[in-house]
Design a protein around this ligand. Structure first.
Ligand code: GAL
Length: 838
């Protein structure tokens, strides 16, 4: 110690103060009218949603890496309250709910995080993310100026914020979180509920800001977001959005890359060209933050799907598919778009654009920085015709509904409608030799069962089950006198049941009399059919099944499920008997659930049958088999097409609800990328199962002895179930001569003739084994169905075969001499290629 140290102390203190001040000055996230500023620098940020519980921790690093390679700066996720607080005060942050681990993995990859705490999240997630117990807090009303709700919401929000702070995860602490979100799309609800909604918005913003995270908060779809909270846009397009104050940046928190699938609905797709167009249009109009919702949609494992009727797959037609594989051309096309945008970043953040007209439906947006950087976006909004426009001293050819990006105001490097990226065709290949199944019959419950409870009248389902299970039995005894007329005249009475949803199996004396179900548009259902009754006591057993709790709508917590009646029996001597008010017995869940048949230990508690005794096409049946994990790392799925409806488990983990028996209604018409997209456009699977494949995460498997359990409600044929692997079948390129590509940037800017290249590559572990199609000229069709057109260079196959066979990746220059000369000099030609990956 001594005098020297004593004298030095103020100096050390000053030094430390300076260091910490400097750190504060560098580690900051603020904003102005133009952009979010990270460490004082305005940024154009590209973000993508990956919801951590919709994949496994083992998948996270790869998903994040693919997001990074796709050109993202930010990963956005909601926080899923009902996953984290399954019962009041009992928290869970393990496994798929290990939020801290997820955020740290994003940080390790060098990306930022946008944390949407909500805690209301919508997201097609069960109950919009709220724990079901929350509904039973006395006096509660969700998402309004309600004391008990606000207390609970604040407690959970504080819990998450303090957890992030303790782990130093906010950017101001050196962490990756640069933004947060409170609430979710509350604006439309506020508009409906009025004053209490307004008060709640003010409270929510104040509460969030008061938590002192040091990074900005956003509220999406919230026009009156109180300062300093930024209101942001969600939608398929947001180019005309304006934040509520002129000192806030223009941000897009949800650009829907596709749409969700519902059981009974067809499968939505959004063309990559339109998605890229929407982003380019937003950026050219002054936007500086775009988030893809979803970038990886993933899977609604277990009973996490909301709706009701949201499918287990949450693929969303996202750039990374449900299984974690790249969806091409979407992923690659967006990567190219992001590279083009990044080349423009410094000019873009310098100020506002100069907009000029280039024609009836064409515009130029030009950004200039003080240092002289110039960037231009040339747009053609015409959905039908391409346009030749003059800009600067040059002419540019703009396809319909497209935007070209000129990072130096001269050289076009990217057009949203011209795909430079390859497309790919995925295939599902069976990998197991037939499973050997055993079956066990679930009992039809009856009012006499010891574990049933008897009450007067019909009770709402969730009030009884608290959503611990999808299943609730409603059971009644119906007495038939020997003198009933129908016993002689053979005219069976008609049983009519009104239910609030979502599906219902009707059993009379243990026999299935029928199944009815609702849909996302209308979950309600009615059963009405003649039933076989006998003299004496008849056992009416109704198995009411919920298929996910609602996640959206004003006071969705008050929506009902289950048999609420009336229940009537018509055609008796007395006329119509009302069964609604009589005694009903209730049993929560299935016997197989009580026995935990889905687990290794539970499954050995009953006698299973096999061989000729195996039950097929019978309702309420449990199936069991074991299998070994297939070699390799390819993602796996179960093909459930031969089954009806139920749930699947592997080694005790729930794969989710299966319902291939629900056939997709509606029309699946043509799909042009051009013109305003809506989720009704570009649908597939009409007339087929809405969802046939069910993702089986690799990490849930052991090398051998994996226990597969299926509970089937309707009756299906388990011998048709197979395990499949998902791989890339073939890859395609479709490149026009002269098409600008980013990889040609050096050549383009040096003024040389543009000679674009078609690039093809198979995923790691696969190689190009065959050129299935090659045509330089005027080929037609799309990847998987190319055919030669009126003009075709007869040497089209030579170069692709030479360059590609046996390689993982290759490229072919699109120029006449490569294909033995020009087959049709007067026409604009292209090269279409399809290569098989093996
Ligand atoms: C938005 C909502 C998201 C999701 C989306 C549809 O309105 O904020 O959570 O539900 O719709 O997929």
């Amino acid at each position: 110690m001594g005098l020297r140290f004593f004298l030095l102390r103020p100096a050390i203190f000053l030094f430390l103060l300076l260091v910490s001040l400097l750190r504060c000055a560098t580690a900051s996230v603020t904003y102005d009218d133009r952009a979010i500023m990270v460490n004082g620098q305005r940024r154009v940020l590209i973000s993508g949603s990956i919801h951590y519980p919709r994949s496994t921790p083992e998948m996270w690093p790869d998903l994040i890496q693919k997001a990074k390679e796709g050109g993202l700066d930010v990963i956005q996720t909601y926080v899923f309250w009902n996953g984290h607080e399954p019962s009041p005060g009992k928290y869970y942050f393990e496994d798929r709910y290990d939020l801290v681990k997820f955020v740290k993995l994003v940080q390790q990859a060098g990306l930022y995080v946008h944390l949407r705490i909500g805690p209301y999240v919508c997201a097609e997630w069960n109950f919009g993310g709220f724990p079901v117990w929350l509904k039973y807090v006395p006096g509660i009303a969700f998402r309004t100026d309600n004391g008990p709700f606000k207390v609970a919401m604040q407690k959970f929000t504080e819990k998450i914020v303090s957890m992030m702070q303790a782990e130093k995860l906010f950017q101001t602490q050196g962490g990756p979180i640069i933004l947060s979100q409170i609430e979710n799309e509350f604006g439309p609800v506020e508009w409906e509920i009025g004053a209490p909604g307004k008060a709640y918005t003010q409270w929510a913003a104040k509460m969030a800001v008061g938590l002192g995270t040091g990074v900005p908060w956003v509220m999406c779809k919230q026009e009156d977001a109180p300062d300093p909270v930024i209101d942001t846009c969600n939608g398929f397009y947001c180019e005309n959005f304006k934040p509520n104050k002129n000192y806030k940046p223009k941000m897009w928190t949800e650009n829907w890359t596709g749409w969700y699938t519902e059981f009974g609905g067809s499968v939505p797709h959004r063309p990559a060209e339109d998605l890229a167009f929407s982003v380019a249009r937003f950026i050219q109009n002054g936007g500086s933050f775009v988030n893809y919702y979803m970038y990886h949609g993933g899977t609604n494992f277990g009973r996490t799907a909301g709706g009701p009727f949201i499918a287990t797959s949450y693929d969303y037609d996202a750039p990374i598919d449900e299984f974690g594989l790249l969806r091409e051309p979407k992923w690659g096309h967006l990567r190219d778009l992001h590279r083009a945008i990044k080349l423009c970043e410094s000019a873009l953040v310098s100020g506002n654009p100069r907009v000029s007209s280039l024609g009836n439906n064409q515009e130029a947006h030009v950004y200039k920085s003080k240092s002289g950087a110039c960037t231009a976006f040339l747009a053609n909004y015409d959905a039908k015709s391409s346009a030749k426009v003059f800009f600067g001293n040059a002419q540019y050819d703009l396809p319909p509904w497209s935007i070209s990006i000129l990072p130096d105001c001269k050289t076009e490097v990217f057009n949203t409608a011209r795909l430079g990226a390859q497309s790919s065709q995925m295939k599902m290949t069976p990998v197991n030799s037939a499973f050997s199944w055993q079956s066990y019959n679930e009992e039809t419950a009856s009012a006499d069962d010891d574990d049933s409870t008897t009450m007067n009248g019909l009770w709402e389902q969730v009030n009884v089950t608290r959503d611990a299970t999808d299943y609730l039995w409603y059971m009644a005894d119906v007495k038939i006198d020997p003198d009933e007329g129908f016993l002689k005249n053979g005219q069976s009475p008609v049983l009519t049941i009104f239910s609030a949803g979502h599906a219902l199996h009707v059993f009379i004396n243990g026999q299935l009399s029928g199944t009815v179900y609702g849909g996302l548009d209308n979950p309600k259902l009615t059963f009405s059919d003649s039933v076989k009754l006998r003299v004496g006591i008849n056992k009416v057993s109704l198995l009411s099944v919920s298929v996910g709790l609602p996640n959206v709508g004003v006071h969705f917590e008050t929506w009902n499920a289950g048999v609420l009646g009336p229940v009537t029996l018509k055609g008796l001597n007395e006329g119509t008997r009302d069964l609604s008010k009589q005694k009903w017995s209730y049993k929560i869940g299935l016997k197989g659930e009580a026995l935990s048949l889905h687990t290794v230990s539970g499954s050995s508690s009953v006698e299973w049958v096999e061989g000729s005794l195996l039950a097929t096409k019978q309702p309420l049946t449990w199936y069991k088999t074991t299998f070994s994990a297939p070699q390799g790392n390819d993602p796996l799925a179960l093909d459930m097409n031969s089954m009806g409806k139920g749930q699947v488990w592997i080694n005790g983990q729930s794969i989710g609800r299966h319902w291939p028996g629900y056939i997709a209604r509606g029309g699946c018409g043509d799909c042009s990328y051009a013109g305003t997209y809506s989720d009704k456009k570009c649908r597939t699977n009409c007339g087929e199962a809405s969802q046939r494949w069910y993702h089986v995460p690799r990490s849930w498997l052991n090398p051998s002895g994996n226990l597969l359990i299926v509970f089937e409600e309707w009756g299906g044929d388990p011998t048709g179930v197979s395990l499949v692997k998902r791989t890339t079948g073939s890859v395609c390129a479709d490149i026009y001569e002269g098409q600008p590509t980013l990889s040609n940037w050096a050549r383009l800017t040096s003024g040389k003739v543009n000679r674009p290249k078609a690039h093809l590559w198979c995923p790691p572990g696969q190689k190009i084994s065959q050129i299935k199609f090659a045509s330089y000229g005027l080929p037609q069709g799309a990847c998987g169905s190319f055919n030669e057109g009126s003009c075709h260079a007869h040497k089209s196959y030579d170069a692709p075969q030479r360059n590609c066979i046996g390689k993982q990746s290759c490229s072919v220059t699109v120029a006449p001499e490569v294909f033995g000369g020009d087959p049709c000099p007067a026409s604009m030609k292209k090269l279409s290629l399809e290569a098989i990956c093996s």
